[in-house]
Design a protein around this ligand. Structure first.
Ligand SMILES: [Ca+2]
Ligand SMILES: [Ca+2]
Length: 450
């Protein structure tokens, strides 16, 4: 527990220091659609405060990760290489450093490695070379070995945590030349300097895809493929999604593969609300169960039309292709259908009645209204009636429009109801239990107080 406490203090210090930077530079990427069937990322550093977009890479050299900035925002590092028709890397694999001051790119080292390099919290570059975790300074010199895997594994990928204190690595090995029958990997977590490695998973016949850290650092979601172990035409690869949670010194692994999010190619990131946002399908899911919460396409732009970032520490952000219109995504706002006085078209509210008026929030195939937290509901400024004795809010689940989907019916206090004279639209606002904002509106008529 003590080391965990120190870890948090270090992290908070790191975040405070990062906040002192004059302008935040955001590593961003866009999908290069001219590169054929496999998506290659163009890489950028966006300086929205000064309206400057630095282009690091806009060609079909493959890159797995966003560029990683040093702590003073003066340099960024990334790895790039060509690949052959079978997607095998063609040497050289280059570690490239971009200087924001001179706007120049330099190859600082050629490696036999994987497409990943990060600045650590001391502004040294952590990378994989010859299957080994190494570290060097920003000029590519003073290379030191941090950690070599056991049991003839080799490192094939690293993901650094927000705050850059922890690394999760994929260790891989081939038992024969056949990828689908004899390629294995497992996950290992360690400190960013390679100390205290701990194997998280048994070796699995398959390959890794993506990893998303939780903003609270207490876990991550891992997406990979498991092979059926057959070669040739009979090989199959199944998408797997596993949520890792660290608590009280142990690791819990929750398999979400059979939930709503368990679709092919579903690249997911955690939002500030702790839900999971699909970058691929523009959908939101419950992070604990993987169940579908809402369609996100109304508030979440398509990746193919924007610059995006979901890199360690910066959250989810977007910009137009030229870097302008920069915005951060936190939780999203769902627009829901509202029916004041369900089943009645008049929707008249008697403000003098000192009673309640029912308002239904309708579920759809893209939204589950029963996920709304009754404590957060307001209609035209009025909240839900609280049953004093039980402390419960007057709200219940009912399919009011007969479409087979349970809706949420709330009893809203009319005495708090407020509309400007002449106004006939009541705004409904609430949040889901996951903190996603829900908005809707319905027309009302006001019956004057007698
Ligand atoms: Ca109505
Ligand atoms: Ca319904």
């Amino acid at each position: 527990m003590k080391s965990l406490h120190l870890f948090w203090i270090t992290l908070i210090m790191t975040l405070l220091c990062a906040g002192d930077a004059t302008a935040q530079i955001v590593p961003m990427a866009s999908i290069n659609t001219t590169c054929g069937e496999h998506s290659f990322l163009n890489l950028y550093l966006n300086d929205p405060d000064n309206g400057v977009l630095h282009t690091l890479k806009d060609n079909c050299l493959k890159t797995h990760q966003f560029a990683s900035l040093n702590s003073s925002n003066t340099m960024a590092v990334f790895v790039e290489w060509l690949q052959d028709q079978d997607h095998n890397p063609v040497p050289p694999i280059n570690v490239r450093v971009y200087s924001l001051g001179t706007k120049t790119l330099t190859t600082i080292r050629t490696i036999e490695g994987s497409g990943v390099a990060y600045f650590d919290s001391q502004d040294r570059i952590v990378f994989i070379d010859e299957g080994i975790l190494k570290r060097m300074d920003a000029s590519g010199n003073n290379v030191e070995v941090l950690l070599a895997p056991n049991d003839s594994f080799r490192y094939s990928m690293l993901w650094i945590s927000p705050g850059r204190q922890k690394i999760v690595a994929a260790e891989s090995k081939w038992l024969s030349q056949n990828y689908y029958t004899d390629y294995y990997f497992r996950l290992v977590i360690m400190n960013a300097d390679g100390t205290d490695p701990m194997v998280l998973t048994e070796p699995c016949r398959g390959d890794w895809d993506s990893l998303a850290w939780r903003p609270d650092l207490d876990g991550f979601l891992f997406y990979y493929h498991e092979f059926n172990g057959l070669g040739g035409e009979d090989h199959e690869a199944y998408p797997k999604y596993k949520a890792f949670e660290f608590s009280a010194g142990s690791v819990q692994i929750n398999d979400l593969s059979n939930s709503d999010l368990g679709k092919e190619g579903n690249v997911l990131v955690y939002t500030q609300c702790g839900t999971l946002l699909s970058l691929t399908y523009q959908e939101l899911y419950d992070a604990k169960t993987g169940s579908f919460l809402s369609d996100a396409s109304s508030f979440f732009p398509s990746l193919s039309e924007s610059l995006f970032s979901s890199f360690e520490g910066v959250g989810i952000s977007f910009a137009d292709p030229d870097g302008s219109n920069f915005r951060r995504f936190e939780c999203g706002v769902i627009t829901a259908a509202i029916d004041v006085k369900p089943g009645s078209d008049s929707n008249c509210v008697n403000l003098g009645s000192a009673g309640v008026i029912p308002v239904a929030v309708l579920s759809s195939n893209n939204f589950d209204a029963t996920q709304i937290d009754p404590a957060t509901v307001s209609l035209a400024g009025a909240s839900i009636k609280l049953v004093a004795k039980s402390g419960r809010f007057l709200a219940h689940r009912e399919d009011v429009n007969g479409d087979g989907l349970l809706d949420l019916v709330c009893q809203v206090l009319t005495e708090d109801f407020f509309l400007e004279p002449g106004e006939s639209t009541a705004l409904f606002e609430a949040e889901t239990f996951n903190g996603i904002q829900v908005r809707g509106e319905d027309s009302v008529c006001i019956v004057p107080d007698k």
